[in-house]
Write a protein that binds this ligand. Sequence first.
Ligand code: SAH
Ligand code: SF4
Length: 374
Amino acid sequence: MNATVRERSNLLGLTRSELEALVAALGAKPYRARQLLKWIYRRGEADFARMTDLAKDFRATLVAVAEVRVPEIVSSRVSADGTRKWLLRMPGATGAEQVIETVFIPEPGRGTLCISSQIGCALDCSFCATGQQGFNRNLTAAEIIGQVWLANRELGREPDGDRVITNVVLMGMGEPLANYRNVLAAMQLMLDDLGYDLSRRRVTLSTSGLVPQIYRLAEDCNVALAVSLHAPDDRLRDELVPINRRHPIAELLAACWHYLERQNGRSVTFEYTMLDGVNDQPHQARELAALLRGHEAKVNLIPFNTFPGTRYRRSPAAAIGKFRDLLVQGGVMATVRRPRGDDIDAACGQLRGLVLDRTQVRLGSKLVRLAVRA
Ligand code: SAH
Ligand code: SF4
């Protein structure tokens, strides 16, 4: 008997070219890779035995060497407004179990899935529950696309056959550009016409501003870009979003305009969490308008979502409205994001999961190493 027990390869998360290479190594024709993609993503099938148009002996080979291994759901909750949140169990970097979160937000005419890219986050933004948890590890491509796979299975399709998930946003736990390779593979599967076949405008990556990776993304992938700005000046942004100390606002904006030019994009969305008395003053709205005016930019104002232990408060509705009006008067498109799922802690910045056994806690010099390594 063979003493080495080899883990079967997980086909989930392999891009089309990776799957083609694997299929070739198994001695099968390239079109088998396309069939597999369709089964796994379009039809949501994980059992090779049910992939009926694959040759029987090829199916037997697959059963022996491969599997479609999806993350395990620990629990699911539904908010009063219909938002759904799943907790998914993940093995941690050093064995202890971790939990990450995936959120589905239904709206008339569309359904948005908000997925996580890391267990925790090392970037330590002072107003974010995920950041306050510290960092454990990057999610694999299988674990990232697996969130879309599971949500599709759980939500089913509309009675008329339409897909329920029309948009995917990388706005859950983690900094997606600090997990570049795996996030890129997962996004390629979202866009692949044999994968989820989402249009590039319906996949949005949100970053706190890892400038070198924005330039890299401009060469590699064509998705909508959202950037967490939160302050109109470096002094305040250094405090709220510490990566700003390495990549200040001027550098970040230059990367955004480059991204738009390179990707022929429509606009960059700037997220701005409204913190009472911190970044919500009229002069700050004017400064923000001056930074963005004349560019293809939209501002999305996010009312701060509170979490235990935070020192921040949400700006009053009137201050948020005034801030938006000043932006618009200043020549910049601006909207206010309606908080969704806050009764089940599923709103922006409330995702905590269960990040135990942190291999990397908070910012400092570690952050810089992490950002550069990605
Ligand atoms: N790491 C990425 C994506 C995840 S955070 C990023 O920072 O862009 C998704 C959005 O929620 C970001 O704009 C983030 O700044 C915002 N956010 C974080 N904490 C929040 C909170 N407590 N209330 C409201 N928005 C928050
Ligand atoms: Fe990380 Fe984004 Fe939270 Fe900052 S706002 S700590 S980058 S998840």
